[in-house]
Design a protein around this ligand. Structure first.
Ligand SMILES: Nc1ncnc2c1ncn2[C@@H]1O[C@H](COP(=O)(O)OP(=O)(O)OP(=O)(O)O)[C@@H](O)[C@H]1O
Ligand SMILES: [Mg+2]
Length: 378
């Protein structure tokens, strides 16, 4: 009999037992925190940045002298939203029963906020009414200074940090950088998936955050490590799995964490007592079937030339030279200039993933399942 809960997570984080590897990354983050260094964490989408932060925070939770705060600013459209989310994250972190929580509430009251609680999640919601830009800046500084003066060291992770570049306020980067520079007691982890934007934010000498952090690039989990992880989780949860089946899982999902986890999750969910190659293949088809509606929608949203281009890349698996004559002739893409223009727009839409290594750049369809589906359908 299988255990009740599927051990392969496809969202969030539960415990180190269900989390694969990332030991080196954890040590790096820990080293940075203890050495007073802020970190910029980058990887393509769904490779495990948020998971890594939560895994790291779980590790730090055993240390009383460090407090962790997770702030996701994906939904923030302005400085106002940023402040609101930061205040909510702090409220969520420090229970109002603790002395820090009480102090924070006192601090907030000074800002005349409206505090309510989400009826479904029970999480605090903060609304602050502002009059002027100065007041906003004053509040932001106040929030950070409040954290800074706590006894414990604070690790503040800001997920989807590149979002601040879309804020209408022009000076937001300079403002944040100035405030952050004055803090002694907070270590930052700036996290994001839009690599070009993140790198520009932190490596462009003309921008305020230039050279202020250390980079940590998340890569795919190593093959042998992932293999052992999958094997052990199946066995521990009462299902035998053949080596060949695991190899196929890693191959088909291209070892891209979310897709590998999804395939393992589906395989586990349809398995009886044992898994062979056929069971995994059935799981693959099931996953493609589930996503088909979304894939058809993509097609609606793209021009025929863009769609054709995606099919071409999917068929190739990965492409090194998008403008190479052989590639564009084989798939009727047009001129090299067409290939450039189409690929640029697909990269902007996050449908094509551009990975730059030391000596070469490689292009793939971003969504692994879409890639597998295009490969089969066309
Ligand atoms: N090391 C890991 N072991 C097992 N599962 C993981 C691991 N890392 C991430 N996951 C799972 O993979 C999925 C994607 O991870 P996560 O959300 O952390 O990616 P992300 O890089 O933050 O993505 P995005 O850029 O879209 O925010 C999640 O369901 C998570 O549970
Ligand atoms: Mg994330």
């Amino acid at each position: 009999m299988k255990a009740k809960n599927n051990p392969f997570l496809i969202k969030g984080y539960v415990s180190p037992k269900l989390f694969c590897d990332r030991k080196i990354e954890l040590q790096k983050l820990y080293g940075n925190v203890t050495n007073g260094i802020d970190t910029t964490l980058i990887s393509p989408r769904r490779l495990g940045k948020t998971g890594l932060i939560l895994y790291f925070f779980d590790f730090l939770s055993k240390q009383k002298e460090i407090q962790t705060i997770y702030l996701d600013i994906y939904s923030a459209r302005s400085l106002n939203d940023f402040i609101k989310l930061l205040a909510e994250a702090i409220l969520l972190k420090f229970s109002l029963k603790t002395s820090i929580g009480k102090q924070f509430l006192e601090f907030l009251k000074g800002l005349r906020p409206l505090i309510s609680y989400d009826p479904i999640s029970g999480e605090p919601q903060v609304q602050i009414v502002y009059q002027s830009v100065q007041e906003k800046e004053y509040t932001l500084r106040g929030l950070l200074q409040f954290l800074d003066k706590q006894q414990s060291l604070i690790v503040l992770a800001i997920d989807e940090f590149q979002q601040i570049t879309d804020f209408p306020e022009k000076n937001i980067e300079a403002l944040l950088r100035t405030f952050i520079q004055q803090l002694k007691n907070i270590r930052f982890i700036f996290c994001g998936s839009k690599k070009a934007m993140m790198v520009d934010l932190f490596s462009n000498a003309k921008r305020p955050f230039f050279a202020s952090t250390q980079y940590l690039s998340l890569d795919k989990i190593e093959s042998s490590v992932y293999t052992n992880f999958i094997k052990n989780l199946f066995i521990k949860n009462d299902v035998k799995i053949e080596d060949e089946a695991i190899d196929f899982i890693l191959f088909w999902s291209k070892r891209h964490t979310f897709f590998t986890q999804s395939l393992c999750n589906m395989t586990y969910s349809i398995a009886d007592e044992s898994v062979n190659l056929d069971v995994v293949k059935k799981a693959c088809l099931e996953l493609l079937k589930q996503s088909e509606t979304v894939f058809f929608q993509y097609r609606q949203l793209l021009t025929p030339a863009q769609w054709n281009f995606l099919i071409a890349v999917a068929k190739q698996g990965e492409v090194k030279q998008l403008t190479a004559k052989r590639f564009i002739t084989q798939y009727n893409i047009g001129t090299p200039a067409d290939a450039k223009r189409i690929s640029k727009s697909l990269i902007e839409k996050e449908l094509l993933l551009e990975t730059t290594y030391q000596t070469e750049t490689v292009y793939q369809v971003y969504d692994v399942f879409l890639s597998r589906w295009l490969e089969r359908e066309y």
